[in-house]
Design a protein around this ligand. Structure first.
Ligand code: HEC
Length: 445
């Protein structure tokens, strides 16, 4: 049997649809009013009276359904109250404007007052609309910074398991992408907030959300591990469920005591969990796949060839370029700027490059491999390479580079292999800068 409450909830669901009526109509009425200022004969007073009356009726209907909608949802009280009262205000104000138009008199003060009322109605409309949008999508929805945050989500993955923190790098991002749409400050479904550690543990209406050490009695974990057609399964409404890896990560985090900080260097995962995390952080993935560039144009390739470079596409479809210079006449490196996005491997051995030329390489931020061997370059030139965040292999064999540059080079975040044989570098400086993940191929001269 349908109860009255069910019917109210059902009618309330029309609110998000109905609100578009007053938005469209009030905007239209305001525009017509402005139009009438310029061309009084084009718009009659009856037309304006009619459109304002229907606008007011639709605003009243929206307010009524809004009232029912609020009761069926768990919005936070403050943001809801503001939206509720501005909605009611809008219904009242637009009705007053409609009355002014219906009982139109050619009296100056009435016209002035009406203009003020119309302007206020329009302002209140924008405010109410924005408030409603914030309730549905979260207050930050229309802030441009959220776009960049979402976009950076995949790029901010940790460089290794040992440098990751399970809570900040995995648990929070999982809850943010899959859950916080319904469990945030303005929309606390089930009374549950999933935006910070304390709130996650605290839980919602049912009680404790997470019991440190025991996933099986943690409501949060129970909800995501139910069969997906169970009515308590999370996320609801057919939103994308957690992947198995995401569920394993939450489970392991709770088992380990659900701490707010869990550096993996201190809590080493067992082999199975390590595998799950490697996949989850996409640590197996070739970072070259992160490069999203259009393939270089034929013009660019032609310019490279004209300057004496050999350019080869590394894959048939991909944009990656492998560029080699194999002459002993000093090349003009400025042409490389044209393909700075696509250029991933660059070989410039033995071609009389000096420190001054290195500046041309400083903007090639997609370089993965760079060969500068047997050029008369020294420490000053290396300064120019410190921005090459993706560089994995650097060959400076047979150059004048000394131990002074080694700490700068070992600080390149992606560097895995550094060839420094036949450089004026002693073994002590090599040992001083060695770090896990970096192989320094060295033999002093
Ligand atoms: C589409 C909206 C939506 C999404 C997304 C969503 N939830 Fe919910 N959640 C709800 C609603 C509605 C309730 C209240 C009804 C209920 O308890 O089933 C709720 C209740 C809960 C509760 C019970 C709170 C309590 O104490 O009663 C937990 C735990 C929960 N959600 C966890 C999650 C987790 C974890 C995720 C992400 C995997 C998630 N939810 C994603 C809508 C959502």
């Amino acid at each position: 049997m349908l109860s009255m409450t069910d019917i109210y909830i059902y009618l309330g669901r029309f609110h998000p649809l109905l609100v578009h009526l007053p938005i469209g109509m009030i905007c239209g009425a305001v525009l017509l009013g402005i139009w009438k200022r310029f061309k009084p004969e084009a718009v009659s007073c009856q037309t304006l009276a009619l459109i304002w009356t229907t606008s007011a009726a639709s605003a009243i209907l929206s307010a009524l359904t809004g009232y029912l909608h609020a009761n069926g949802n768990d919005y936070t009280k403050e943001s809801l109250d503001i939206h509720k009262w501005s909605g009611i205000g809008l219904a009242v104000l637009s009705s007053v404007v409609a009355v002014f138009y219906l009982f139109e008199r050619s009296v100056l003060w009435m016209h002035r007052l009406r203009t003020i009322l119309v302007t206020s109605t329009f302002g209140l409309l924008i405010y109410t609309g924005h408030g409603g949008g914030s309730l549905t999508h979260g207050a930050e929805y229309l802030s441009i910074s959220t776009l960049t945050e979402e976009a950076s989500e995949t790029t901010s993955r940790p460089a290794s398991i040992d440098s990751a923190d399970l809570f900040t790098d995995a648990v929070m991002p999982i809850l943010q992408t899959k859950c916080s749409g319904c469990h945030n400050a303005s929309k606390k479904k089930g009374g549950l907030l999933l935006t910070d550690h304390a709130a996650i543990l605290r839980g919602g209406k049912t009680g404790v959300g997470v019991v440190p050490g025991d996933p099986t009695i943690s409501e949060l974990f129970r909800r995501v591990s139910l069969p997906s057609d169970h009515k308590e399964f999370m996320p609801t409404e057919g939103k994308a469920p957690l992947t198995e890896a995401q569920r394993d990560i939450l489970e392991w985090w709770i088992e380990k005591g659900a701490p707010a900080a869990m550096p993996l260097a201190k809590t080493p995962p067992d082999p199975r969990m390590r595998e799950v995390l490697t996949d989850y952080f996409q640590l197996n993935r070739d970072p070259m796949l992160d490069i999203k560039a259009e393939p270089a144009s034929e013009d660019d390739l032609e310019a490279l060839r004209a300057a004496g470079f050999q350019a080869r596409r590394i894959s048939a479809s991909g944009a990656w370029l492998d560029v080699t210079y194999a002459d002993s006449v000093k090349p003009d490196l400025s042409v490389l700027e044209r393909v700075h996005e696509q250029l991933v491997w660059l070989q410039l051995p033995n071609c009389r490059l000096t420190d001054e030329d290195m500046e041309e390489l400083s903007g090639l931020d997609n370089l993965f491999r760079l060969n500068l061997s047997q050029n008369p370059i020294g420490d000053d030139g290396m300064e120019q390479l410190k921005g090459l965040q993706r560089l994995e292999q650097l060959n400076i064999y047979g150059t004048q580079i000394t131990g002074k540059s080694l700490s700068l080079l070992s600080g390149l975040p992606s560097l895995k292999k550094l060839f420094v044989w036949e450089c004026p570098i002693d073994s002590a400086s090599v040992i001083a800068v060695s770090r896990p993940g970096l192989e320094i191929v060295h033999q002093s001269r």
